[in-house]
Design a protein around this ligand. Structure first.
Ligand code: ADP
Ligand code: NI
Length: 200
């Protein structure tokens, strides 16, 4: 017998070993936070907890920023999930979510579990954590903190190109409520940032 808790433990171990050396903000702790966000939303929204949790752990596994060979990652994952004893329908639901979560793809997942994982992932780009991740990612791409004379290219510009748009892209009510609070936190941060920038 494969208990669901045991399967989720095995899945988290699988990603832990793959993501341990990641420094661009997609590290293992990002996954832990997305899992926690997703769990909270799934309970409120009455979604399938197992599918939501499993997909939350695995959502970044084939991200092109993290692997040079997404197909190989997905194949390996497929074998792993089969070995773990997941049903065909469970594997299909999880693989579909992995395929649609990423912001850059611009795809809206069709299932409630997929919508929840996408919301949970986006919440981690907001609030204090979102700010920390943006500067960590920007630094890793040799971006400056801010370039007031340019209209794009710095990490502060990324706030307007993506982070401040996320609140309106949430699919679930629970996600929207958490996003509103974290969005306000970013607005406050930006106000303070410009004040300090001007030497006030
Ligand atoms: P997804 O994993 O949904 O495709 P990204 O990989 O674009 O999303 O974003 C992952 C994290 O990196 C987020 O916290 C995001 O804000 C940050 N990030 C992405 N692009 C930039 C950028 N150009 N400058 C600063 N941070 C970025
Ligand atoms: Ni993610």
């Amino acid at each position: 017998m494969h208990s669901k808790d045991n399967q989720l433990d095995k899945i988290s171990e699988y990603v832990k070993q793959k993501f341990s050396n990641e420094t661009t903000g997609h590290d293992y702790f990002h996954l832990e936070r997305v899992v926690k966000n997703a769990n909270k939303i799934a309970i409120e929204e009455d979604a399938n907890l197992f599918i939501t949790m499993a997909a939350a752990w695995l959502h970044d596994i084939a991200d092109h920023k993290l692997t040079t060979n997404p197909k190989k990652e997905l194949n390996e994952l497929l074998q792993f999930l089969k070995q773990l004893g997941l049903q065909h329908s469970q594997i299909e639901a999880i693989m579909m979510i992995i395929d649609t979560t990423s912001y850059s793809k611009g795809v809206i997942p069709t299932t409630i579990e997929g919508k929840i994982v996408q919301d949970a992932d986006r919440l981690d780009a907001l609030g204090a954590i979102g700010i920390a991740r943006a500067f960590a990612y920007g630094g890793s791409k040799q971006r400056t903190i801010y370039e007031p004379t340019k209209s794009t290219g710095s990490t502060i510009h990324h706030f307007y190109e993506k982070l401040l748009l996320l609140q309106d892209s949430m699919h679930t009510n629970t996600g929207r409520m958490i996003a509103a609070e974290r969005h306000q936190y970013i607005e406050n941060f930006l106000n303070q940032f410009y004040k300090e920038w001007e030497g006030e």
